[in-house]
Design a protein around this ligand. Structure first.
Ligand code: 6GU
Length: 227
């Protein structure tokens, strides 16, 4: 998979993609992540990328021309399966969206700043808009990093134990059950007996029961979801 990201703060994206699992996935050739500095496409001597909004009101709006020029240049080299705009005024990211995106070949992500982008960018180029939650960040970069991380880890070969991605929280609209490792007792706190029995069908039943119990307590809304 190839992921292109258009950003006005490319430095913010360096660290998340150059460590640990994402870095290994890049090194293995499973993914390619290319960051494009929007400023390069800015207008005039000052490389302008934003302007005040028509109709008045506080805050700057990202202009269409620099973004259009950048997207058009990238589109000369490849077709994108999705052009995603990261913005808080969109549907929230969930595991289903991450699963769907993990099957794509080329994804382009535009990260928003300030008051957002000129609506015509969204109308003309954007095929999908994603927020990562009901709160506002200073820019879309960290949100893009979250999206890329959630998607990339689903690509076969990226995480060692593929079974583990399938049994994550949310894959079946349930939170994960509690997990334990050695020691079997710490300060009088014991690991549940069932996990030490080696009776795997019974252990699976217990885990499923615990997952339902946790979900019902913490995220009952997930139990109503069907997709
Ligand atoms: Cl995608 N961008 C910004 N700026 N804030 C957010 C967000 C995105 N998702 C949640 N909050």
């Amino acid at each position: 998979m190839r992921i292109d990201i258009i950003s006005i703060a490319p430095n913010l994206l360096e660290s998340p993609f150059n460590h640990s699992i994402i870095k290994r996935a890049k090194d293995k050739g499973l993914i390619e992540i290319i960051i494009h500095d929007l400023r390069i496409y800015g207008l005039g001597n000052y490389k302008q990328i934003d302007d005040t909004q028509y109709g008045g009101g506080a805050g700057m709006v990202m202009m269409i021309e620099p973004i259009a020029n950048c997207i058009k240049k990238l589109q000369l080299e490849r077709d994108y399966d999705e052009i995603i705009y990261m913005t808080p005024d969109a549907k929230t990211l969930n595991q289903g969206t991450a699963n769907t995106l993990s099957l794509k070949k080329n994804i382009l992500i535009l990260t928003g700043h300030y008051k957002g982008v000129d609506q015509r960018v969204r109308d003309k180029y954007i095929t999908k808009e994603i927020s990562i939650g009901d709160y506002v960040l200073t820019g879309g970069e960290l949100a893009a990093a979250v999206l890329v991380d959630a998607v990339v880890r689903l690509i076969p070969g990226v995480i060692g134990d593929e079974q583990s991605a399938l049994t994550d929280s949310f894959q079946d609209h349930l939170l994960s059950p509690p997990v334990y490792t050695r020691p079997s007792e710490f300060d009088g706190m014991k690991v549940p007996d069932i996990l030490l029995t080696g009776n795997f069908p019974k252990i699976e039943d217990w885990r499923s029961e615990q997952a339902h119990k946790r979900t019902k307590e913490i995220r009952p809304d997930l139990l109503d979801e069907t997709s």
